[in-house]
Design a protein. Sequence first.
Length: 165
Amino acid sequence: MGMSATMGDPANIPGSFIADFGPAPPEITPQGYHETELNKTKWVVPQWYSTLRPLGEGAYGVVCTASYEPTGERVAIKKFFRPFQSTIHAKRTYRELKLLRTLQHDNIVEMIDVFTPDPEAASLNNVYFVSVLTGSDLQNIIKIQQLTDEQIQLLVYQILRGLKV
């Protein structure tokens, strides 16, 4: 039981830092979401995304694969790192989501869903973006093999087609 707020309590003595706040409140997973940990990162995702597996990590977030339960389709889920830590982070997050929502093309990954488990804008710290799971990304293709001139031409063509939108 915590202390009462009377003059004799250590918490009310000037310069005293002694206080009994009781045990820390438990973190509550929002209704309709489930929590899991992958590579030391906490994921809180809607229940219809299951079987999460780590996929990769970039400068702005970490990515996992998941199964979309209603259809069994495999998807990629990106969790943004500190999306609203600063104005720069917020603009970066907004720009990526806005572009992916606006640009719809065969050569640009398709955004399926955006969600947050955070209940209020004031506590908004987690943003997740769901896309179609692709076989690979450009960075992996370049790392794995030496590309021929024809392959480079095809990649540049596909990038330009995506930008034409």
